[in-house]
Design a protein. Structure first.
Length: 329
């Protein structure tokens, strides 16, 4: 195996152009980690936010939170893993490279039907959906949800996963084409937030009840209408802080609905908590991945060295589904 690899590094705080290729040593897996020869890596909004902030002492300067590829090394205290077998995994950075390490507890064997590109689109979205709806928001059987960003990487998986579990799913999108796509994925109704009063639409579709949980990936852009869409004792969970966004709504409306307004960060979550989520995904959701009932949506695949272009596409926000890097240099 080669001793060095190409990685894309955040060289400074700034725009996509600060992502540059560098040569780095291939990492050595710790006792309970896998070394993965990365074939494909997912692009996430977190990567963009990390790049804007610039290098830090907390996280790797190589972004990338999800990868798919083959096992290239096994930690000393692991068993049951075979060199060369296909896996996808949630990582703590380092995904934009030819090799990455990941906790074996957060790795999944890839079903034969899935390509590496499709598999790379799964880990971050699955963990995000499961954590936020079932841990943070305590979504109960039959409760309804509204997704801001219904055709994003997370949103497209959430629609399929939650509707498959019997939850009425509604979504907002930025174009009529995306509205149609969200419905095709299983959304009961979708709204164009640029032209529709989605709060009125949600209330009408739910016979005045509103939705029980809202997952907001828009940086609080729709705060007031989100609250108007919310059911009594509903919950709003924020995933993105936007560019220093503030949540501003009439306090009386929060009180009248006994609404719970919260948010989450997945990356800092303890490994023990992530392991619980991974185990539940394996038991409850991975069989539906294997059967094809949940299909990742990929917008475009770009070479590793074009990571900057991928970030520019994400920031333009005109795409639907995941952006993926081909890391087979």
């Amino acid at each position: 195996m080669q001793s060095e690899q190409t990685v894309m590094v955040i060289t400074a705080a700034g725009g996509p152009e600060v992502l540059e290729p560098r040569q780095r040593p291939v990492p050595t897996p710790a006792d309970h980690e896998l070394l993965i020869r990365v074939h494909a890596a997912g692009i996430n909004r977190h990567d963009v936010n990390q790049r804007r902030r610039g290098p830090s002492t907390t996280h790797s300067d190589v972004p990338g939170l999800e990868v798919a590829g083959v096992v290239a090394g096994v930690g000393a205290k692991l068993s049951g893993w075979t060199m060369g077998e296909r896996v996808c995994a949630l990582t703590d950075g380092g995904g934009y490279g030819e090799y990455a390490v990941a906790s074996a507890a957060l790795a999944f064997r890839i079903p034969e039907r899935l390509s590496d590109v499709l598999a790379a689109a799964l880990p971050e979205a699955l963990f995000t959906v499961w954590f936020n709806f079932f841990k943070v928001a305590n979504l109960a059987p039959g409760e309804s949800v509204l997704l801001h960003g219904g055709t994003s990487g997370v949103g497209s998986i959430a629609i399929q996963l939650l509707s498959g579990l019997g939850h009425p799913v509604f979504a907002t999108c930025g174009s009529e084409d995306k509205v149609a796509l969200a419905k095709s994925l299983g959304a009961r109704e979708a709204f164009n937030y640029r032209s529709d009063n989605f709060a009125a639409g949600v209330r009408a579709a739910t016979h005045g009840h509103g939705v029980d949980v809202i997952l907001d990936m828009s940086g609080g852009r729709h705060s007031l209408r989100s609250l108007e869409s919310l059911a009594y004792r509903g919950r709003i969970v924020h995933l993105s802080p936007g560019d220093g966004a503030e949540f501003s709504v009439p306090l009386r409306l929060i009180m009248a609905k006994e609404a719970k307004i919260t948010g989450s960060l997945l990356r800092p979550l303890a490994l023990t908590d992530k392991t619980v989520i991974a185990d539940e995904l394996r038991q409850r959701i991975w069989p539906t991945i294997d059967s094809g009932k949940i299909q990742p949506l990929v917008h475009r695949v770009l070479p590793l060295r074009q990571a900057a272009e991928a970030h520019a596409i994400m920031e333009a926000a005109d795409h639907a589904g995941k952006l993926i890097l081909d890391c087979r240099e």
